[in-house]
Ligand binder design. Sequence first.
Ligand SMILES: Cc1ncc(COP(=O)(O)O)c(C=O)c1O
Length: 461
Amino acid sequence: MNQEHVDFLRWLVPGLQDVPMSSPYWTDQAERYLALTTQDRDVYPVIDHTRGRGVWMYDLEGNQYLDMTSGVAVRALGFRPEGIHEFEERLGDVAEELPGHDFDNIPEILLAQRLTQITPGDFDKHVFFTTSGARAVETAVKSAIDLTGRTRFVAFRPAFHGRTGYALALTASKAIQKEGFPQALAVTRTPYAYPYRSPVGSDPDATAAYALQQLSDAIADEGRDIAAIVVESLAGEGGMIVPPDKFLRGLRAIANDLGALLVADEVQAGLGRTGTWWAIEQAGVVPDLICTAKSLGGGIPMGATMGRAPMFTTGSRHSETFSAEPRAALLALFTLKQIEERNLMQNAADVGTHMMQALHERLADCDQVGEVRGRGFMMGVEFVEDRQSKRAAPDVRNAVVKNCVFKQRLWVLGAGRSTIRFLPALTTSEEEAMEAVERFVRAVGEETRSLAGRTQAAIAS
Ligand SMILES: Cc1ncc(COP(=O)(O)O)c(C=O)c1O
């Protein structure tokens, strides 16, 4: 941050004197003024919002980091993507008003057209715009209730669909997110198809059959009055779990049999990250509704739900003041154009595959790495006490995250109980991906060895 940036903040904020370039100072201020955080303030320093390019970002002290999170899949094009300044200048000229959802505007309509074109299904579709992923899920839930007249849903464990009303009722990721909050929906919940932790072994077909049988049994016991089955096409928050294609196909068949809708939550996995616009396409499944957000607005809060038309029985069944206002819609169109013109889905598929192969090879001998898995630029490394027991090792995971951030300057995030996730920008190059692997392997080497050393020392004493 330079003097000009500091002067700008002083101009904006009455009475602001000092703007110290100190992470601890601003972390204290955050602690004092922000109601909540999900971020571990002992691990992550404060980012300098005025710097960064592509996958490279900086903290207030000027340390440079290789970012493998893209703001939890938000910065699909990385920091300051090519052409963004020119685009923003033109944007300032063409979009002056910020009308709410009640008033149509051309950018919003064009974005809706574009999204229906890239969404699977040879049928008429509608789009509802929101300002977050959870609201995109709320929209799908309300649409399903309105269209089917039913109120019971199917969701899985683990599952993350957001933290507001209906979305929270569908979520089952960490108890702290749910405990004590009244659950707004009746949910029939069964296990997600999770090959690594499947009780019938890690064979994908057997895992899919087991998970589908669990669901069929639950429906037989609890009732067929299901409005929709809501599923993450690749479970993000719950641990970067890639379900077998047969699982997703089986859900489509069960939904058809029940007369229920199938909702694909692709808030994290969607918009090219796994190598196709939507992860569910790779299983050859056409859902009735798809939820998206995160990457859509190019950093501006935006979400959308695409569904079979009509999504609601009549007008005014649902609404949101801030939806695709013109600037946001134009920014989203810019993001989609960049993904397509720069062939970024192919980049995610190719570089993601190489990165995962490299992680596999380099971590093959580490007994505390249970599994490396993923698709495209959505990958996870799950840590265990040892490969035999497969017991989750959150302490090892946490130590590796800390080592990555503090020592290797590699910005990574946890997911699930003991997984580290990689969600790099779709623009990440082969060299950057391999550099991330190098840094990560170094952190794993240091922490797994040091933990083993510590355990031995404890036994010896
Ligand atoms: C799959 C999925 N659905 C929904 C959400 C909620 O999105 P938001 O935080 O924008 O409400 C998330 C957020 O991580 C997500 O990963």
